[in-house]
Design a protein around this ligand. Structure first.
Ligand code: MN
Length: 657
């Protein structure tokens, strides 16, 4: 028995009590000696009783403690034996020195005391040096191993059921999709009722069969829209098969003048069902915005695209403009800021459209910046006007500044260009994956990787026209100011060469919208006026023009002089305006040393094909090529050769008819 407990019961107070008793008894002797006799006998009796009591207390107490100790030890044993947690102790040599029976059960081994730990659990190699929790798969079970390196102790828990449940939960989360037939109107236009119905029934059957194969619930929302509901596991299967339905439907109607294409938007993993549905419709908007004939799948934050093989159907609808406008607004709202990047050597169209996009950003109450490196003669006058407008001037930033501002949440909008190598600051495209392209140039091979939104309309006159349309579909009654409207209008006027080229109904509509917002055509002309120096340089290029057969005019600069890209392009424009010229080609050396060829045509000559022969590209009527490590004379010779071949081919083609 511990001394402290003993002392509590049989300590000094007992002795003091007896001493006091003895003293009192002695005092009684003064009255009569008989009292002393009785008192003494009583004290002795009490002392004997106290001694016995103390002795039996000791015995009972020790017995009680022993029993308790035994029970606790037994319970402890039970805990170690029966707790559904494996415990393994090992020594410095990594040899198991002890384990509880349950770890044997977990690892399907009766006894492994004395075995090297890494022989027992080779998967733990390299994981024993530090404390940590590891999930391992062991004989079809998923085990969680907690390592206590200092204590050289492992706790092993079986988490197979929990993992299976978790996986099942993830797999069974709702995925919502919307399937849209892109071009129902166009395909069925002019078709009789019977064929129309038959074709639509065929497409519908294909789509519903597809839904059944992948275990999806499908309901028709409208003639050209279906709602599908499934779970993440089935969606994963669809992704694995790369949405073959897109090809199947296109092939089904391939004999039609315009084949059907589908656009599919999927959302999954949203915080709630309504939000998942919202994700599905925004995915569909993005798929449509990228040109349709593709599937966009958004799981959580991640957006992936499938399909988009055909680019045969190049249609331009107001619906698309509206859809793109809304999608762009959502992207702007989701971003921390917007950086607008035009092409190198920006022209009025690049700056005008950049101002338009910047305006859209400010309407949505976000910060937007226009990236501009240095001005050039083509935009000097506009840049001067911008400098007078305080708000707009503060939106202009240098490429380096943009690079430091850019975060992964920043939206980069490329205007009037879709080739990263042509962007003023290509590094921005590496800083963020949130990229939108708005352009009117025909799609080239080089393209931004997976832009969130791709709005390339080769049938539009200019990017400024496209942006003007997008502005019209932004809600609210915010207005452009005079300078902004004028900048956009000058972009249109420049790219259409005063409404002479590529001018459609919608070009004029855009122009009239801008005029209503105060755009001043006179200022546009002022902005485009070239100075005498530029004019003389243009004439210099034209001096050596030769007119080849079939109306092909070729002009070339001297080997030693350098000309700006813009000047070369403008010279090709003015050469085309001359009587008898069907196609114009201007060859000159640029300040960066490349030899540039700008080609223009009225449409009879396909300058795109010709420029492709020189390694360039562009449109049927407007193309260019850049060649390195060569001379103007060599390029001129090569071009002559290509033109002769082209003429011969054209002759053959006509004979063949
Ligand atoms: Mn343009």
């Amino acid at each position: 028995m511990p001394e402290f407990i003993h002392r509590r019961w049989h300590g000094l107070h007992m002795i003091l009590a007896f001493v006091l008793l003895a003293v009192l008894t002695v005092l009684l002797y003064f009255y009569h000696w008989m009292y002393l006799l009785f008192g003494g006998a009583a004290i002795v009796g009490l002392a004997i009783y106290a001694w016995y009591a103390e002795k039996s207390f000791r015995e009972d107490f020790i017995g009680y403690v022993a029993k308790l100790t035994y029970r606790i030890r037994r319970a402890g044993d039970q805990v170690v034996q029966r707790t559904p947690v494996g415990m393994v102790l090992y020594n410095e040599e990594m040899v198991v020195v002890w384990h509880n029976p349950f770890s044997g059960e977990l690892l399907r081994m009766a006894n492994f005391i004395g075995a090297p730990l890494l022989d027992v659990l080779p998967v733990l190699a390299g994981k024993l040096e530090a404390d940590g929790s590891h999930t391992i798969t062991w004989r079809h079970r998923v085990l969680q191993v907690d390592v206590y390196a200092k204590e050289r102790l492992l706790f092993i828990t079986d988490i197979t059921e929990m993992t299976a449940l978790k996986e099942r939960y993830e797999a069974e989360r709702v995925a919502i999709g919307i399937v849209h037939i892109d071009n129902l109107e166009e395909v069925t236009q002019g078709m009789d009722e019977k064929n129309h119905t038959l074709l639509l029934a065929e497409v519908t059957r294909t789509i519903t069969d597809w839904a059944a194969t992948y275990g999806m619930f499908i309901r028709r929302l409208a003639t050209d829209k279906f709602l599908v509901v499934t779970d993440v596991a089935h969606l994963a299967k669809l992704q694995e098969d790369r949405f073959q339905i897109l090809d199947r439907v296109r092939e089904l109607t391939i004999r039609q003048p315009i084949p059907f294409t589908l656009s599919i938007g999927f959302g999954a993993g949203g915080p709630s069902i309504p939000e998942t549905g919202q994700m599905a419709s925004s995915s569909l908007e993005i798929a449509l915005g990228r040109g349709g004939d593709q599937a966009a799948v958004r799981i959580g934050e991640k957006l992936t695209f499938y399909g988009g093989k055909s680019n045969a159907v190049e249609k331009r609808t107001r619906v698309r403009a509206r859809v793109v406008s809304h999608a762009l607004r959502n992207l702007i709202l989701e971003s921390d800021q917007v950086l607008i990047v035009g092409h190198k050597f920006p022209d009025l169209d690049a700056i005008g459209s950049a101002i338009g996009v910047w305006k859209m950003v400010t309407w949505n109450e976000k910060r937007g910046y226009i990236v501009l490196d240095e001005s050039n003669p083509g935009i000097d006058k506009l840049v001067n006007l911008i400098q007078d407008d305080e708000t707009l001037a503060s939106a202009l930033i240098a490429p380096d500044e943009a690079y430091y501002l850019c975060t992964p949440r920043t939206l980069v909008v490329m205007v009037d260009n879709h080739r990263p190598s042509m962007a003023i600051e290509p590094r921005l495209l590496q800083m963020t994956r949130r990229v939108v392209v708005i352009d009117h140039h025909r799609r080239s091979d080089e393209m931004v990787e997976e832009p969130l939104l791709l709005y390339i309309e080769p049938y539009a006159s200019s990017t400024s026209e496209l942006v003007t349309e997008l502005l019209q579909y932004q809600s609210g009654d915010a207005r452009l100011n005079r300078l902004e409207a004028t900048a956009l209008l000058s972009g249109i006027i420049l790219d259409t060469n005063h409404f002479h080229f590529r001018t459609g109904v919608r070009t004029f509509e855009a122009a009239s919208y801008l005029r209503r917002h105060g755009a001043e055509p006179e200022i546009c002309l002022q902005l485009m006026k070239e100075d005498l120096h530029q004019f003389l340089r243009r004439m210099e290029l034209l001096r050596e023009t030769e007119l080849l057969p079939a109306g092909m005019a070729v002009a070339a600069g001297s080997e030693t002089r350098e000309y700006e890209q813009l000047l070369i392009a403008q010279t090709a424009d003015s050469l085309l305006a001359l009587d008898g010229v069907k196609a114009s080609f201007v060859i000159a050396r640029r300040p960066d040393g490349l030899i540039n060829v700008s080609a223009r045509s009225w449409g009879d000559v396909n300058v795109q094909v010709i420029m492709e022969q020189l390694g360039g590209g562009g449109h049927l009527t407007n193309a260019a090529a850049q060649l390195s490590e060569t001379t103007v004379a060599a390029v001129r010779e090569k071009l002559r050769h290509v033109l002769a071949e082209y003429a011969a081919q054209a002759m053959k083609g006509e004979d063949g008819k």
